[in-house]
Design a protein around this ligand. Structure first.
Ligand code: C2E
Ligand code: MG
Ligand code: MG
Length: 590
């Protein structure tokens, strides 16, 4: 037989005994304990479990609602139902008790044995159901607050807790709160190369490592993808903030062991500080995000604290990105062509396609909008348009003539990362009916720094197809001779910053370029001097055997029609002799 364990709490001994007598009239078996004060009741409740508490509303030390609130705050009473009994009855009193956590309310004068028994039974049942409901609510809440992959809190919980942290800070004026955003560098690359499962395992491992270096009271969440956020309060100096951020970044130092793969991964952290940058949660998150992008794009410093001027730069970038998206959809781009000439025979050997965005309100400089297109994932579409359009216009240039020159097109590293890129090029060549060896793709060294197998494979496939490969802007700081040996380049374009410094024959640039051109000749690689602006520079290149030259001395980038005119006017084309006073700009399309 199961007993209902009952605690009857009433300071009035007569009332207490009446209740116990009433209950004993029923068949039900009650195991009853009596308490004559709330304090007494708490002592019993500490020592044993009760199924139901029958409690008088009016007791000397404590008001009934307060007593319920106090009882409901005790986790060990999670499964105990509470029934209030009182000499007074009014509806608001009943509602107050129920809202505070009681399951029923009875009037002492009307208590009969059946009613009391039924009330106890119903209160137990009701409480059980409430408990189940509460448990499932907790589960749903937890699911809503936790990131299922890493077990960290999610954005929803982070927002809520950050609000509390900021409120608490307002009471402690001398303290600062740091909101930090951490983004993994090249996570997409890891996902693409090792697969999503390894990517997921890496995120879990990263979460574990960060957890280890943060204190328990410091907030940590995964906001989505490879983006984590943490917030620390009770700080008093920027030095402390930087130390925490550095501690987090140091955890990336040792490669992650994921299923036997040593996965190298680093992170970038952006920081916004309350109250210095803002006191508002949303604003702080936004500013930390801006600072994070700054850290990501920085060469060395992977921790960046928000500064006011960043917002302007970010806003401009955002505007360029929005305008670019529209331009990409409506193909609002044009191409300019910039010839490379062979100085000895005065002929055009290559014509380089350069993108133009004449209708842009934000920026028309490719050096500004191309990196933004890369970051926004637009460069693949733009790059394909450039390739197809350039091939099409190249055919137009050739239609009446028999010139033996090649077409070069600049290719972004993001295009090379696409495993299908070699096929895309092949299809474009087939559609335009252009032989592969007529096309040259210009690649900057930044693409090679990742040392990525898929880029290597793509370059090999292109080279095997017969497409020429040019290493663009060589000598701009990232240059490495090993890239020349590792990848199948036919052409190296020496950056204008070097070419423009070689006129003084005793300069280091001069000697370096001389050595470099000798080495490249031995490797059977054609050298092109970029950015030749003066006859002195052209002559210095010639003297080193660099006879392929490109620059404003010969031509400005020009429209397809202008190229066609130059080619049509053969005498003009053949008059392409090197001029020595640097003032002959007859061919410029300014
Ligand atoms: P790049 O491929 O090195 O192109 C040469 C840039 O130098 C061009 O600038 C050209 O106008 C400029 N230039 C050529 N000769 C001279 C000279 O004698 N003096 C000076 N001061 N400048 C000269 P542009 O057109 O602004 O292009 C800048 C960069 O934007 C290009 O550098 C290339 O990296 C990128 N780019 C241009 N078009 C495309 C494209 O279609 N796709 C991709 N991915 N990148 C492109
Ligand atoms: Mg180029
Ligand atoms: Mg270049």
């Amino acid at each position: 037989m199961t007993y209902t364990k009952l605690l009857v709490v009433d300071d009035d001994v007569i009332d207490r005994k009446t209740i116990i007598r009433t209950l004993s009239k029923e068949q039900n078996n009650y195991d009853i304990v009596e308490a004559d004060s709330a304090d007494d009741a708490y002592i019993y409740l500490d020592q044993m479990h009760f199924d139901v508490i029958l409690m008088d509303y009016n007791m000397p030390q404590i008001n009934g609602v307060e007593a319920i609130v106090k009882l409901r705050s005790q986790p060990q009473l999670k499964h105990t139902a509470i029934v209030m009994i009182s000499n007074l009855y009014n509806e608001s009193l009943v509602l107050d008790c129920i809202n505070a956590g009681a399951q029923d309310f009875l009037l002492k004068q009307e208590v009969t044995s059946t009613q009391l028994t039924r009330s106890i039974l119903q209160a137990r049942k009701r409480h059980e159901l409430e408990q189940q409901l509460y448990d499932s609510y907790r589960q749903v809440k937890q699911l809503a607050e936790k990131d299922p992959l890493t077990g960290l809190h999610n954005r929803f919980h982070f927002d809520e807790m950050l609000n509390r942290l900021l409120l608490a800070r307002q009471r402690r004026k001398r303290e600062i709160v740091a909101v930090m955003m951490l983004d993994l560098d090249k996570f997409k690359h890891i996902n693409d190369n090792f697969g999503h499962e390894v990517g997921d395992q890496l995120l879990i491992a990263v979460a574990d490592r960060i957890k280890e270096v943060l204190r328990e009271n410091e907030l940590l969440a995964r906001l989505g993808g490879d983006e984590f956020a943490f917030a620390c309060g009770e700080l008093t100096s920027i030095r402390q903030i930087k130390a925490i951020a550095q501690r987090v970044l140091d955890t990336f130092y040792v490669p992650f062991d994921i299923d036997g793969h040593a996965v190298h991964c680093s992170g970038s952290i952006g920081i916004a500080i309350a109250p210095i940058n803002s006191e508002n949660r949303k604003e702080l998150m936004k500013l930390a995000d801006i600072a994070m992008y700054r850290a990501k794009n920085g060469i060395s410093d992977k921790i960046c604290i928000f500064q006011d001027n960043m917002q302007e730069a970010f806003l401009l970038k955002y505007q360029i990105e929005s305008e670019l998206k529209m331009a990409t959809q409506s193909q609002h781009f044009e191409l300019s062509y910039h010839p490379v000439i062979e100085s000895q025979s005065d002929t055009i050997t290559i014509i380089e396609a350069l993108i133009r965005w004449p209708m842009a309100n934000t920026t028309q400089l490719p050096e500004e909008f191309i990196p933004i297109a890369e970051e926004a994932g637009l460069i693949q579409t733009i790059g394909q348009w450039v390739l197809e359009h350039a091939l099409y216009q190249f055919k137009e240039m050739l239609s009446n003539d028999h010139y033996q020159f090649r077409l070069s097109v600049n290719v972004s590293q993001c295009q090379l990362c696409d495993n299908d890129f070699a096929n895309t090029v092949q299809r474009a060549l087939e559609t335009a009916a252009v032989a592969p060896d007529v096309l040259v793709l210009e690649i900057t060294e930044a693409a090679l720094l990742q040392n990525d197998q898929s880029i290597n494979d793509t370059l090999l496939a292109l080279s095997e197809m017969g497409v020429g490969l040019a290493l663009d802007d060589f000598g701009t700081g990232l240059s490495s001779i090993s890239h020349l040996l590792q990848y199948p380049f036919d052409i190296v374009k020496i950056d204008s910053s070097i070419v423009q410094n070689i006129a003084q024959r005793d300069s280091k640039h001069h000697d370096m370029l001389q050595g470099l051109s000798y080495m490249l000749e031995k490797l059977n690689i054609t050298v092109v001097g970029e950015g030749v602006e003066t006859t002195m520079q052209a002559q210095a290149c010639n003297d080193m055997g660099i006879t392929q030259q490109q620059g404003f001395l010969f031509y400005q980038p020009m429209s397809v029609d202008k190229v066609k005119n130059i080619l049509k006017d053969e005498s003009k084309a053949s008059r392409l002799t090197l001029v020595h006073d640097g003032s002959n700009n007859n061919n410029k399309d300014t």
